[in-house]
Each structure stands twice: as structure tokens, then as C-alpha cells.
Design a binder for this molecule. Structure first.
Ligand SMILES: [Zn+2]
Ligand SMILES: [Zn+2]
Length: 179
């Protein structure tokens, strides 16, 4: 989706569109251990308007994702349905850059420098921000047995849990501590 800057009104305009974010998969698959598969198409509800030279965007996106659970190594599907908001400011002229750019980076501001706003990379960025830091099929995923490797969500094994992988001890402690 592209929006010509000079067609952006001062009163909020609402649109609904499908954004192609397939490029995220291409970027991501270069990773040897991808955590997620992205849907090719994201459904987006967007409201946008200008205030002075700044352009305000807010809305909501939805898509069906696949995650690769970091504990049990199975894949699982989930829907990501998230609200977002961001502002684009005109890129400062070269002469006044330096300070402005630092200031902008601190505030998390983004710039536009063309007469058309390309939404695909901006939506891809929102998706990356909205994804969980670690893929988990569920908060209660029991993972794999550190000794025999069975998926403890589906079967139990005869290995003693107490002498399990010491790296898992931290999870057991956390679970007890939470109660
Ligand atoms: Zn899992
Ligand atoms: Zn086992």
C-alpha cells in the first residue's frame, strides 16, 4: 500500500487493506533457526492524517503466524491481532541533520523523504515489534525431557525430573516462586 503524501488529509481518514509482508519470510529464512513464519498477507485497519508536516498513523493488524516453540521444538499457529501507532516526520534537511537525527532516534521518530509513503516496510516493522521475544506454544509448555527427548506435553517418561537438565532448574524455581 502506498499513500501519496499530498493526498493525506488533516481530518483522519480510515482505510482497510491487505499488506503483502512476504519479504519478511525471505529475510527471516536466511536465519538458520527461524522462530516464526509470517503470513504472506496482513489485514490492516488504518487511520491516518497530517498535522503540519507530521503524518500520524494508528490502527490494527491481524495475521495468522506460525511459531517454532523454543521449549518443545514443535510448530504452533497463533493469531497476532495488534494495535499500533506511529508518526512520520519529514526528513530534516542535510544542513540541520546532526542534532535533529540524534533527537529523533531518541524519541523513536521515523522520517519520510519521498512524496509517497510506502506502508509495507512500516507494517513489517510493527509486526517485528509485536512478536513475542521468544516463541512458546503455550505458557505451560513442558518442553522436551532433557534426558530422553520425549515431548513432555504429549507423553511422560521414566526419567527422574529431579535429576533433569540443570538448565531447566531455573524454570522449576520460577514456577514455584510464582505461587
Ligand atoms: Zn512448546
Ligand atoms: Zn525422559
Amino acid at each position: 500500500m502506498k499513500i501519496p503524501v499530498d493526498e493525506i488529509p488533516q481530518s483522519p481518514k480510515e482505510i482497510r487493506f491487505s499488506e503483502n509482508i512476504e519479504e519478511l519470510n525471505e529475510l527471516y529464512r536466511r536465519n538458520t533457526n527461524p522462530d516464526f513464519d509470517f503470513p504472506p498477507i496482513l489485514a490492516v485497519d488504518l487511520i491516518y492524517y497530517r498535522s503540519g508536516a507530521d503524518i500520524f498513523f494508528n490502527g490494527n493488524f491481524r495475521g495468522e503466524f506460525t511459531g517454532y516453540c523454543g521449549r518443545c521444538l514443535e510448530n504452533y499457529s497463533f493469531t497476532l491481532d495488534k494495535a499500533f501507532a506511529f508518526v512520520l516526520s519529514p526528513e530534516p534537511a542535510k544542513s540541520e541533520r546532526g542534532a535533529e537525527e540524534l533527537h529523533g532516534a531518541e524519541l523513536g521518530l521515523s522520517y519520510y523523504s519521498t512524496d509517497e509513503i510506502e506502508l509495507a516496510p512500516l507494517m513489517a516493522e510493527q509486526v517485528m515489534l509485536a512478536l513475542p521475544t521468544r516463541p512458546l506454544c503455550g505458557d505451560d509448555c513442558r518442553g522436551l525431557c532433557a534426558k530422553c527427548g520425549v515431548n513432555l506435553n504429549r507423553e511422560s517418561c521414566a526419567c527422574s525430573t529431579e535429576s533433569g537438565d540443570p538448565r531447566m532448574a531455573i524454570f522449576r524455581t520460577l514456577k514455584v516462586g510464582r505461587k
